[in-house]
Design a protein around this ligand. Structure first.
Ligand code: NAI
Length: 337
């Protein structure tokens, strides 16, 4: 199947090409560096499929344009589909596919990397030692053992983070509108969101972005957090109100902040902008705090996860070609009200 792969980086090309070579009937992949959006949809002309990533936009305008070029399936190289208008895809006759699970461990382990690095100030120690500064002032951390960790969203990733933090000796509490029996096995227990915010030394976000979770962590939620708590977001940027974070950091309510995602990341992440002026004042302000650590949406970026993403993506196309239905479809009944 002729497929236009948007937002391609060299690593995407390598992993997808390898998975495609192993397919029974390999697909004809065209790699495009740019994002998919209203201006670039026409680049899919002559392709039956598009393959997209987290910051590609598949709104009604784009989906209608894609359908006019002959596209019949759009496959996401990720689990979340908050960037897709599912009803519009249905109207345009475009099937949607995703990669529901690739390596929850990859994101869970990155979450721990942020927690440990922020707590023990490894990012600051690294810079200091290279300058010949071996002073310890400002590097004081805390033992994770005995602290309260609040997990928001106990799906695949949240449960892994719960189990790991339980292993560190944390008391793990969690909140999820759809509780899972597996939380107890991971050493945690459910509480309501108010208790989670009030008691947690570390709040870690692992829920999807939906109209209900947009700005779940806003000024009010930050005010309800324990003084000096650590906040970690590796889910989706808009689950947190970034502007409100600045107030929380200035007041000291948020003692440490770790972000792998950012509401306006579409204009920033996955690009080398080191020679350019940063136009996002909120992002720029966040970067000035010594107790803030931001990574550019790299939670998924392990060899194992990239292999699984590429294999499932190719399998989605193969199944669609054979049956008219992808292996892992995104359908209207999966859209949160
Ligand atoms: P999942 O679907 O397995 O679990 C999500 C859980 O959140 C579900 O149990 C759901 O009931 C719960 N939830 C929904 N609304 C909630 C609310 N208001 N409060 C608390 N919990 C709520 O999803 P998975 O695979 O664990 O992914 C979690 C998040 O991680 C998603 O936002 C996903 O987009 C993000 N992600 C980030 C990556 C990265 O590279 N940083 C890579 C992959 C996923």
């Amino acid at each position: 199947m002729k497929t236009a792969v948007y937002s391609t980086r060299a690593y995407d090309r390598d992993f997808l090409a390898e998975a495609n070579r192993a397919a029974r009937s390999p697909h004809d992949l065209s790699f495009i560096e740019t994002h998919l959006g209203p201006q670039t949809a026409m680049m899919a002309e002559g392709h039956a499929a598009v393959c997209v990533f987290v910051n590609d936009v598949l709104d009604r305008q784009v989906l209608t344009a894609l359908s006019k070029t002959g596209v019949r399936i759009a496959a996401l190289r990720c689990a979340g589909f908050n960037n897709v208008d599912v009803a519009a895809a249905q109207d345009a006759g475009i099937a949607l596919a995703r990669v529901p699970a690739y390596s929850p461990d990859a994101i869970a382990e990155h979450t721990l990397a942020l927690i440990l690095c922020l707590n023990r100030k490894v990012h600051r120690a690294y810079a200091r030692v290279r300058e010949g500064n071996f002073a310890l002032e400002g590097l004081l951390g805390f033992d994770l053992k005995g602290k309260v960790a609040g997990i928001v969203g106990t799906g695949q990733i949240g449960l892994r983070v719960a189990a790991i933090l339980h292993g560190f000796g944390c008391e793990v509490i969690a909140s999820d509108p759809f509780p899972s029996g597996a939380l107890e096995d991971a050493g945690g227990r459910y509480v309501d969101m108010d208790e989670l915010l009030a008691r947690s030394d570390i709040v870690s976000l692992h829920c999807p972005l939906t109209p209900r979770t947009k700005h779940l962590i806003d000024e009010r939620a930050i005010a309800a957090m324990k003084q000096g708590a650590m906040l970690i977001n590796t889910s989706r940027g808009a689950v947190v109100d970034a502007q409100a974070l600045i107030g929380g950091l200035k007041s000291g309510r948020i003692g440490h902040l770790g972000l792998d995602v950012y509401e306006e990341e579409g204009d920033l992440f996955f690009e080398d902008l080191s020679g350019r002026v940063l136009h996002d004042d909120v992002f720029a302000r966040l970067l000035t705090f010594p107790n803030v650590l931001i990574t550019g949406h790299q939670g998924f970026f392990t060899r194992e996860a990239m292999t699984a993403i590429a294999e499932t993506t190719i399998a989605n196309f193969s199944r669609f070609e054979e049956t008219g239905e992808p292996l892992h479809p995104v359908t209207m009944d999966m859209v949160a009200p």
